[in-house]
Design a protein around this ligand. Structure first.
Ligand code: NOJ
Length: 741
């Protein structure tokens, strides 16, 4: 770009920003006028979110009186439009409603679960999924979705890990921002855009022992370095709303947490969107034991500036009284109402309140193609002994397992509006595209928890008479998601035994796992010849898997979360601290001589029965080809404060197949005032490489990426040595060093 063009671009940007700030100013004036006309009851009504009751008289009256501001879980477009008509035509101030819904990884066309999408390491996958969900959901009048879920999740026992982007703050930030972009489109006021909701603010993924809704203890350093970055990134990307989490953080539930909601969200990040409670989370402060009753809970939430009470009835029942008693200031309530009205203006609802009753825009060719691509990119190849995959020269295939033909389960958790009748299962595709290949299908286990071994003999016979076995195992959709936590995360039911049985046939066994979380599958990985981890891949999972199994597509997914060998290793994540005695000289339980004496000199940090390594590290994933990484090249040996440093690495596709690779940039701060992680992800690039081709990836480091939350409560990079890797996962690669000055 030359200087002249740069000036024109600058002037255009300036004019655009002037016109958008003018728009915002006139919008704020309109909001002022509206607030000035509102009774206290009407204000409180805007802060009240109720679940849909269809066209019930109760709901109609609440809308007429202005005692409800938004409605969740209403789905029928005609009902939505009629309720909206009552709000706009029959309520005193004609303020439109917003209709909200949990649209997490698709409305009708279901994409892979978010954990799967994160495994694609491709933000475009996440943006496409959110855009298609927005188009489909807005078609019935939904303009607010409760996604993305950007809770850092380091405990696979927690069922909601399925809804997350995994363990890493950087990867989660990138994928979360992409989802916000997809949901909200170019402009929120576009009728096909929906307000996104960054949830659950904050710390929900750190619940004790992975049990949902449980307690969390999160020191400020962990909060700032790990938990909050995705939320800050979402706020900066213009995410229209935030949702409180259910958990207490260090004793204070999010719905009453001024530090999170006021100090950080409003004051530090200057956030002017809506903060909604989770379902009943204001009321639940009574059960938490920090509010004596509902009125007390309303007081805590209002003073923590939670704008909207989702199904807690605390504000409608008690806020007026609290204001009269002088315990909550009406000025603060005005600010909270302002946030809600601002969202309604931003969504264009004052000008354009109704959904167009149009022909179904669901399952378009484009949506199905993108969902299929997402499922392809989400699958992670964990093992491929003797290049069993892609399948070649097979005449007969045994297809076995509860997940081979499970249309509902492959959709995964949180798909209230997904339709299993539209799912394309692996079995359906294998049968349809079989041609001359014979498919021997023996389901054997009817669902993932099935323990009935009655059909094992049939399955073994099918395996014996086939060239290869495709075994589809995993978890039913209902075993992950909200409140679906497991203490034992192995393959449920008799699935593991079935694998052992199938191996007796002496044929190659390909294990395809469909699950909502990492499972502890050490034994199964050892037994199977190839393992493809597909998560719950959504509507098009079957077509995607068939393409991968037969080599029409090449696996390119990488794990967004560490896979433990056994539950006792949890939490296990790549960005751990080094400790004073990092694991070395690992002596496993059976290597300890009988009668050995107690010692501690030279002892290090690991488990006797698991060693120190995970089953698979964060960032790991194989391909049908191989890649070679050069040593990273730095533009300088020092990075000056305020400066930049570039890191380059050559990556060569050393195999015979064109494929994609995710190059990952990690750093380590060698000596700092607080112990720092052994590696931290700071960038990644998914590149396409033809067989034999070499490409250079380039990353730029600034001091912002080196900074961390210090013990004196400030974020700062500290001078000293840093190591850098560009590698294929979080454990491989060669480090080079530079000095930060
Ligand atoms: C509870 C869940 O925690 C939250 O994620 C969801 O959006 C709300 N319920 C609304 O259904």
């Amino acid at each position: 770009m030359n200087i002249k063009n740069l000036c024109i671009a600058g002037a255009t940007l300036f004019l655009l920003s002037c016109s958008s700030s003018k728009k915002e100013n006139s919008q704020e004036e309109k909001i002022d006028k509206l607030i000035a006309q509102m009774t206290l009851d009407e204000k409180i009504g805007q802060m009240n979110q109720l679940t849909g009751l269809g066209l019930s008289d109760d709901m109609k009256n609440s809308i007429r009186e202005g005692s409800v501001g938004s409605i969740l879980n209403e789905l029928d477009v005609k009902t939505i439009n009629e309720l909206q008509r009552i709000a706009v035509e029959e309520s005193r101030l004609h303020i439109p409603l917003i209709f909200a819904r949990d649209v997490i990884h698709g409305f009708r066309t279901i994409f892979p679960i978010p954990l799967g999408q994160a495994a694609s390491w491709n933000p475009q996958v996440a943006e496409d999924g959110a855009r298609i969900a927005a188009v489909e959901a807005s078609a019935v009048g939904i303009r607010w979705v409760f996604a993305p879920m950007i809770d850092i999740s380091r405990d696979p026992r927690w069922g909601r890990i399925a809804e997350s982007c995994g363990e890493d703050p950087y990867l989660t930030s990138v994928m979360g921002v992409a989802m916000v972009k997809g949901f909200q489109g170019d402009s929120l006021s576009n009728p096909s855009s929906v307000a996104a909701c960054a949830k659950h603010y904050a710390g929900y993924g750190f619940t004790e022992s992975g049990k949902d809704y449980n307690t969390t203890w999160i020191p400020e350093e962990l909060l700032r370095d790990v938990v909050l970055p995705p939320f800050e990134a979402a706020a900066k990307a213009g995410c229209a709303t935030f949702m409180c989490s259910f958990n207490d953080i260090n004793g204070v539930p999010s719905s009453g947490n001024r530090h999170l909601n006021v100090d950080i969200l409003r004051n530090e990040w200057d956030y002017d969107g809506v903060l909604v409670s989770d379902w009943g989370s204001i009321e639940q402060m009574v059960q938490h034991g920090i509010a004596a009753d509902l009125k007390d809970a309303a007081l805590l939430a209002a003073n923590a500036e939670v704008d909207v009470d989702m199904m807690g009835f605390a504000y409608v029942r008690h806020l007026k009284e609290l204001i009269a008693e002088g315990k909550v200031s009406e000025k603060i309530v005005d600010e909270m109402v302002r946030n809600v009205l601002r969202l309604k203006f931003r969504l264009g609802l004052f000008d354009n309140p109704y959904a167009k009753e149009q022909e179904s825009p669901f399952y378009t060719d484009d949506a199905l193609l993108k969902a299929k691509n997402a499922a392809i990119e989400s699958a992670v190849l964990l093992k491929n002994e003797k290049n069993v995959l892609p399948l070649k020269n097979v005449k007969t295939i045994a297809v076995v397992g509860a997940l081979a033909d499970a249309p509902a389960d492959q959709l995964g958790t949180w798909i209230f509006d997904g339709e299993p009748s539209h799912s394309i299962t692996p079995l359906a595709v294998l049968k349809k595209d079989a041609g001359d290949v014979k498919i021997n299908y023996v389901q054997t286990l009817k669902y993932s928890r099935d323990k009935n071994k009655g059909d094992f003999a049939k399955a073994l016979a099918a395996a014996k008479s086939s060239d290869v076995v495709l075994y589809f195992a995993g978890e039913e959709a209902i075993l992950s998601g909200e409140a679906k936590c497991r203490a034992d995360i192995s393959l449920p039911g008799a699935q593991s035994d079935l694998l052992t049985e199938l191996k007796k046939a002496g044929k190659p066994v390909v294990l395809v796992v469909m699950a909502g979380r990492p499972l502890t599958i050490s034994k199964e990985v050892a037994e199977a010849d190839a393992v493809l981890y597909a998560f719950h891949g959504g509507t098009m999972a079957g077509e995607a898997l068939a393409d991968l199994l037969f080599g029409k597509a090449v696996p390119s997914g990488k794990l967004p979360v560490t896979f433990p060998r056994m539950v006792g290793q949890i939490p296990t994540y790549y960005a751990h601290k080094n400790t004073g005695r990092p694991a070395e000289n690992v002596q496993l339980i059976d290597d300890i001589p009988v009668g050995a004496g107690q010692f501690s000199i030279g002892a290090t940090s690991y488990h006797l029965d698991a060693g120190d390594s995970p089953l698979f590290p964060f960032g790991y994933g194989l391909s049908y080809t191989t890649f070679a990484y050069s040593e990273p090249r730095l533009s300088a040996t020092t990075l000056q404060k305020g400066g930049t440093l570039t890191v380059e690495c050559d990556i060569t596709n050393t195999g015979k197949v064109d494929a994609a690779e995710v190059a990952q940039l990690y750093i380590r701060d060698r000596v700092a005032s607080l112990a720092r992680p052994v590696r931290e992800l700071k960038g990644f690039d998914k590149i396409q490489l033809k067989a034999g081709e070499t490409k250079t990836v380039k990353f730029t480091l600034t001091d912002d990426q080196l900074a961390f939350w210090n013990a004196d409560n400030a974020k700062r990079a500290e001078a000293g040595e840093f190591q850098v890797w560009v590698s294929a996962d979080s454990q491989s690669g060669t480090a080079v060093s530079f000095e930060y000055k």
